[in-house]
Design a protein around this ligand. Structure first.
Ligand code: GTP
Ligand code: MG
Length: 222
């Protein structure tokens, strides 16, 4: 069963912290220009809802969702950042410790695509080296208004070393798939890092930034 929760400007509080019934916790961020659909994407994923009204995010918000991947219970703490420039100092403060990013642009908005490189630089500057990134071209339902070809998104993702999907929060295209892919690539990276660490030291220690609530030494089976 999935669980969701949301509060503005606050780190996960007592209620979330008290929910220790998970194997791993992943901190994820959604970033990209204002109005590309970050909040809509998160609401579609967490609540299966969509609203055509645009209420620009103030600062940062989050939701919690627990998923099962290969017999592991993974708690996702998903931070939805404001795209507006004036909140940049606040939002980049949350990049630290993030294990994964959804970097989003709008396929019907040239500026949002042009800004992807800058967002990628922000990730490099403020986040952990091993963080995983998926480039998402949202609003693919707007075929008539499209200005960014799928191939251009794909090419840019390859240049940046990111995975790539087009999606639609409105029509619920690829939303769940994008999150599942991000979880899987984080699990892969985690297993890789744990193997490297266990080769270096005889001790099986968890890589920094990943919590295993069972305190076992088992790697994620994703
Ligand atoms: P900020 O909070 O300002 O950074 O914006 P945001 O990226 O969170 O954008 P938001 O989710 O608020 O969506 C902006 C507008 O785009 C809203 O009117 C949404 O209804 C609309 N929208 C979001 N996703 C889609 C989509 O997949 N297709 C279409 N057609 N519209 C969408
Ligand atoms: Mg928003």
């Amino acid at each position: 069963m999935a669980s969701t929760d949301s509060r503005l400007h606050q780190p996960p509080s007592q209620k979330d912290a008290a929910d220790q019934n998970f194997d791993y916790m992943f901190k994820l961020l959604i970033i990209g220009n204002s109005s590309v659909g970050k909040t809509s994407f998160l609401f579609r994923y967490a609540d299966d809802s969509f609203t055509p009204a645009f209420v620009s995010t103030v600062g940062i918000d989050f939701k919690v969702k627990t998923v099962f991947r290969n017999n592991k219970r993974i708690k996702l703490q998903i931070w939805d950042t404001a795209g507006q420039e004036r909140y940049r100092t606040i939002t980049t403060a949350y990049y630290r410790g993030a294990m994964g990013f959804l970097l989003m642009y709008d396929v019907s908005n040239q500026d949002s695509f042009g800004a992807v490189q800058d967002w990628a630089t922000q990730i490099k500057t403020y986040s952990w080296d091993n963080t995983q990134v998926i480039l998402v071209g949202n609003k693919c339902d707007l075929e008539d208004e499209r200005v960014i070809a799928t191939e251009d998104g794909q090419r840019l993702a390859e240049e940046l070393g990111f995975r790539f999907f087009e999606a639609s929060a409105k029509d619920n295209i690829n939303v769940k798939h994008v999150f599942e892919c991000l979880v899987d690539v984080i699990c892969d990276k985690m297993n890789e890092t744990m193997e490297e660490e266990s080769n270096l030291t005889a001790n099986h220690t968890n890589p920094q930034g990943f919590k295993d609530s069972s305190e076992s030494n088992g790697a994620c089976a994703c």
